[in-house]
Design a protein around this ligand. Sequence first.
Ligand code: UT7
Length: 331
Amino acid sequence: MSKITAAITAVGSYVPDYVLTNQILETMVDTNDEWITTRTGIKERRILKEPGKGTSFLAINAAQDLLSKSGVDPKDIDLVLVATATPDMKAAATAPYTATEIGATNAFAFDLEAACSSFLYGMSVASSYIESGRYKKVLLIGADKNSSFINYKDRATCIIFGDGAGAVLFEPNEEGFGVQDELLRCDGSGREFLRAQYGGSSYPITEETFNEGSHYVFQDGKTVFKNAVSNMADVAEQVVKRNNLTNSDVDWLVAHQANKRIIDATAHRINLEDEKVMMNIQKYGNTTSATLPLLLSDYESQLKKGDNLIFAAFGGGFTWGALYYKWAYNS
Ligand code: UT7
């Protein structure tokens, strides 16, 4: 019997309607469209404005998009994984609620958090369950409502992040398509450079820290940038080399959308032409766990069975990695 690999068989996505443009940000903080565009590549991002709606709202909509496009019966799903850095609540996981709302009544569900690498790590977890033969249908959703912990008075962060969600279904494949290889890493000494410190168990929110805004995301952009460029490019290059791929073998780079300059540096390291680099940062900004599935959703119609994809991500923690994937279907 041939080896079972784990392949994506369906994709879905959701972004909120409200568009926060660079021009609107110019009226909120001391910034300008030219600076944001040249330093990051971002033109606009989506924000979930409705009160009481959290990450699960984004996740449910992305999953429902996948289900309606694919015709998959939610009752057949074994596991719902929600990769997120912004769960609905501190003490009830977002995934079980999401699973129930989409009708995945026979599934178990849990959240997975590794900042901007959450979805990439989630691909590793989802594919392992499939490869082991233990489960047949794993729904992996990357969803983040970043606007819930961004300070819209801090120009170092508010220009970068947006809200959104993407979903993929992993199923067994006997033709060798799907996940081929992965290289995942972390370095906990990096956590001080990108964090939302207060509100967790080490540092509960007090009136003083609340007034200081210490529950919002803080980023030392320069340090994160340097680490992202070198680490993401390093692992992408290693995965390409150890699978004996040349640049002409690689059809697409699917890289976390944090900064166009970081994505370009990774593409450059593996000698990829711009046409092979998936890019939608201009529309959505950095949606944390949602960037990779939103790319797949936007580019799905251009993907062909057998295409070689290199996924790469870097995020807070620090966490990072790269994954070699063979696309399994023509849409
Ligand atoms: O997804 C998780 C991983 N996250 C990332 O990968 C993000 C990594 N970091 C970055 O993408 C970049 O560091 C930023 C986009 C956050 C910042 O870009 P930068 O080129 O590193 O800018 P900088 O922080 O070095 O600031 C350069 C200048 C400074 O002015 P001076 O000191 O040169 O006069 C800043 O005060 O730009 C100024 N500046 C701004 N100006 C206009 C910083 N933020 C802004 C802003 N608008 N929003």
